[in-house]
Design a binder for this molecule. Structure first.
Ligand SMILES: CC(C)(COP(=O)(O)OP(=O)(O)OC[C@H]1O[C@@H](n2cnc3c(N)ncnc32)[C@H](O)[C@@H]1OP(=O)(O)O)[C@@H](O)C(=O)NCCC(=O)NCCS
Length: 392
């Protein structure tokens, strides 16, 4: 098998998916992908667009404006027709699956250069839009139990995660995300793009919209669960509705050497796992266990871990069961620049975004670590885990 190295990764800032308040409310999801493609080619000018063997784009809801977004966004960006594209979905792990497919094609020798991307605009194509559930599914599940918020409440109950611990984690996630934002840690990965403020005035957005300088902890304590009467999961302990896109440039090590492109990390291993869709948030547990069983990985050799925060309840359940870090925030190696509760979670984008952030965290905060791990859950019980390794 050949080695597949990570050359670069960029993303748009995450915008709030809101018709009046969203900074990117004037943009379509394909218009979010264009600046990340452009940035990849500008930053890596030894790679011309027609040298790319394929583009894989993860999207959780490829319908409406996101229908075959992989192909249509590429062509709408004025990029070469000769480059094939593949839009793929398995809900939130879509961007991670795109990266796994890209790496494997490179490792087997079927391709030299692939772009793995992710995109979701939860305002233009809302969660569940155009969904037509197979009625036979209801033989096995109660439809209401499959809704994301309901699964987060069920995980909180079954794993005995208190509201206090979830709020503590959400405050920490915001704090770390704010610190990382103001100290410029996301500068390497964020491509600034034009946005609109509340009054419709244009400005250059270079940071994620949802990140709060200060979390109103008193307000947080009084917020009600939108998901269940007397529930414990609130908007403050959930990932918010978000718009965003990102892309990674992957290459065979030989090709990168030939082009003289630097790299520090390579794709090591990736797995998908399935779990009960009514507790979909615990997906990283079987995914990471499977990855460990297949690779013999010792978690002590892992520096940073990026665990997508769909909800604080599921993140804490995964962290505790797998003993990834402390039982409660603050954490030493999980989401040290904040997570999706603060940064936002554009569904099909996040699986690739956490790999980009992981690579940047590893190279700056954990330069001696051999491995970095990214994992996330997804609607209906799909999950992914992906290991990156420092190149020798
Ligand atoms: C929880 C959820 C229903 C809330 O949606 P919403 O009702 O549109 O609410 P918003 O996100 O706009 O937030 C509601 C209010 O609470 C506020 N709020 C949210 N978090 C807060 C916090 N930590 N502190 C204080 N206020 C907070 C918001 O700022 C907003 O107030 P504003 O409009 O005055 O700014 C929605 O975010 C959601 O469904 N999240 C989960 C998404 C999901 O399932 N993803 C897939 C996971 S696999």
């Amino acid at each position: 098998m050949r080695e597949c190295v990570f050359i670069d990764g960029v993303r748009t800032p995450n915008g709030r998916a809101h018709r009046e308040k969203g900074w990117f409310r004037h943009l379509r999801p394909d218009e979010l992908l264009t600046p990340v493609y452009n940035a990849l080619f500008e930053r890596n000018n030894k790679v011309a667009p027609d040298m790319v063997d394929a583009v894989f784009v993860g999207c959780a809801n490829p319908s409406g404006m996101q229908n075959d977004i992989g192909r249509l966004a590429w062509l709408a960006s004025g990029l070469p027709e000769s480059v094939p594209t593949n839009t793929l979905t398995n809900q939130c792990p879509s961007g991670m699956s795109a990266t796994m497919h890209a790496a494997r094609a490179i490792m087997t020798g079927e391709a030299d250069i692939i772009i793995a991307a992710g995109v979701e605009d939860m305002e233009k194509v809302p969660m569940g839009a155009n969904m037509d559930f197979p009625p036979r599914l209801l033989k096995y599940y109660n439809g209401a139990d499959l809704l994301m918020g309901a699964t987060a409440e069920k995980v909180a109950e079954q794993w005995k995660i208190s509201r206090e611990d979830m709020e503590n984690m959400a405050v920490w996630s915001n704090k770390k995300a704010w610190e990382a934002t103001v100290s410029g840690k996301f500068k390497k990965e964020i491509v600034p793009i034009k946005g609109l403020d509340d009054n419709g005035n244009e400005f250059l957005v270079d940071r994620d919209q949802w990140v709060r300088e200060k979390v109103d902890e008193d307000k947080m304590k009084t917020m009600m669960s939108p998901f269940k009467p007397n529930g414990v999961v609130t908007a403050a302990t959930s990932s918010p509705l978000t718009q965003g896109a990102c892309a990674l440039l992957l290459m065979s090590r030989e090709k990168a050497d030939k082009l003289g492109l630097p790299y520090r990390y390579k794709y090591s291993y990736g797995v998908l796992a399935g779990c009960d869709p009514t507790i979909m948030g615990i997906g990283p547990i079987p995914a990471i266990k499977k990855l460990i069983a297949r690779t013999g990985l010792n978690l002590d050799e892992v520096g940073a871990i990026e665990l997508n925060e769909a909800f604080a309840s599921q993140s804490l359940a995964c962290i505790r069961e797998l003993k990834l870090d402390n039982e409660n925030a603050p954490f030493k190696r999980v989401n040290v620049w904040g997570g999706a509760i603060a940064l936002g979670h554009p569904l099909g984008e996040s699986g690739a975004r956490i790999i980009i952030t992981l690579l940047n965290i590893l190279s700056t905060e954990f330069p001696d670590a051999k491995y970095g791990l990214a994992s996330l859950c997804g609607a209906f019980g799909n999950a992914g885990a992906l290991l990156v390794e420092k190149v020798q």
